[in-house]
Design a protein around this ligand. Structure first.
Ligand code: PLP
Length: 354
């Protein structure tokens, strides 16, 4: 039986995608060759790459708006510095909402002046700062839309004339936003899109080419655009599986349809966290993430029994990150509502038995 997988990643994908992916490893497109042994320049794989890029732009509503979708490597962590390499001339502004934002800030500091417009570090990142101002002369303003570790999520895209850059690693394709407000979006594939190994970058072409420094080829977005994500050997398996997931999402009705499901899952989860006297939520209620729900036991002595109930119910991956403790239920796109129901049921069972 398949477990109820609440793990923060990598990577939670629909069963049908997993099945197609495993078939393609044995025989891709009936070619008598594996997906991972055909040439990445063959027409069969080039078609996969083109389809993946075009699905990204279609699902985000960014077709014909000057954006390019790239499938790169190095994870979101490499984007922390690639963004600055390509966009930071003199000054950049960052909102510090957690571990990943802090890491992005650390890298960007290597390239110029960095303004941290606000931080929620004072409360172990359990909220999203508001009411900050963004310097008008910043080359860009960087946010992390979903803070995977702390379970907070930015609900409204900040209103600014400064180029917006976002790390959307853990909530891309999960909810509707006006994506055209962003100059650049990046996301490691491994939550809502595909296996670890590829990183999605969606960039508006007209924000590029403005920095004075020389950019090494592998980090230069313009080179990757020019070479259509094939400047070097692409991670063919990760790109193929991402394409399958994007196709699955499109067939489901796109981001609009998945957003409804994600809302239902999150509401079910948070309703129980708030109702059950044995648990308390970690994140400020108005900033709660719909992807990663963080919560703690009020009384740690219930841990043993709760963990036992979780194990018996085939629940996987609910241990919280070490910097928050407690529990974290990640509810990525592919997690069914039934799994959330199973988790809620054992929370109720704990209340009865404790
Ligand atoms: N940014 C966010 C929001 C993440 O959740 C993660 C990983 O979980 C990262 C960045 C780092 O991604 P990668 O491991 O692809 O470098």
């Amino acid at each position: 039986m398949k477990k109820h997988n609440f793990s923060a990643g990598p990577c939670i994908l629909p069963q049908e995608v997993m099945k197609k992916a495993s078939e393609a490893v044995l025989d891709f497109n009936g070619l008598g060759l594996s997906l991972i042994e055909i040439s990445h320049r063959s027409k069969d794989f080039v078609a996969v790459m083109e389809q993946a890029q075009s699905l990204v732009l279609e699902l985000l509503g960014l077709e014909n708006k000057g954006y390019k979708a790239l499938f790169l490597q190095g994870g979101a962590s490499l984007q922390f510095l690639s963004v600055a390499y390509n966009l930071l001339n003199r000054k950049a502004a960052y909102l510090n909402t957690g571990t990943w934002a802090s890491k992005a800030i650390k890298e960007a500091k290597l390239f110029g002046e960095l303004v941290e417009v606000a931080s929620s570090k004072d409360a172990n990142f359990n909220y999203i700062p508001k009411g900050y101002s963004i310097p008008a002369d910043a080359d860009y303003f960087h946010i992390t839309t979903n803070n995977t570790i702390f379970g907070t999520q930015i609900k409204e895209v900040p209103d600014t004339d400064v180029t917006l850059v976002s790390d959307m690693s853990s909530d891309i394709f999960s909810r509707q936003l006006d994506f055209s407000k962003f100059g650049l979006i990046y996301a490691g594939a491994q939550k809502n899109m595909g296996p670890a190994g590829t990183t999605l970058v969606v960039v508006k072409e007209d924000i590029l080419g403005k920095v004075e420094r020389t950019i090494p080829s592998m980090l230069d977005y313009r080179i990757h655009i020019d070479k259509e994500s094939m400047f070097n050997t692409p991670p063919v398996f990760a790109v193929y599986v991402s394409m399958l997931t994007l196709q699955w999402l499109k067939d489901l009705g796109g981001i609009q349809a998945i957003e409804k499901k994600n809302e239902e899952k999150a509401k079910t989860m948070y309703a129980e966290i708030d109702r059950n006297p044995l648990f308390k939520g970690f994140a400020a209620p108005e900033d709660r993430s719909y992807m990663n729900a963080t919560f703690n036991l009020v009384n740690e002595s219930h841990k043993e029994l709760f963990d036992k109930l979780a194990k018996e119910a085939d629940i996987n991956g609910i241990n919280g990150h070490r910097s928050v403790g407690g529990y974290r239920a990640s509810m990525y796109n592919a997690l069914p509502l039934e799994s959330v129901q199973v988790l809620v049921d054992i929370m109720k069972e704990l209340e009865r038995k404790a």
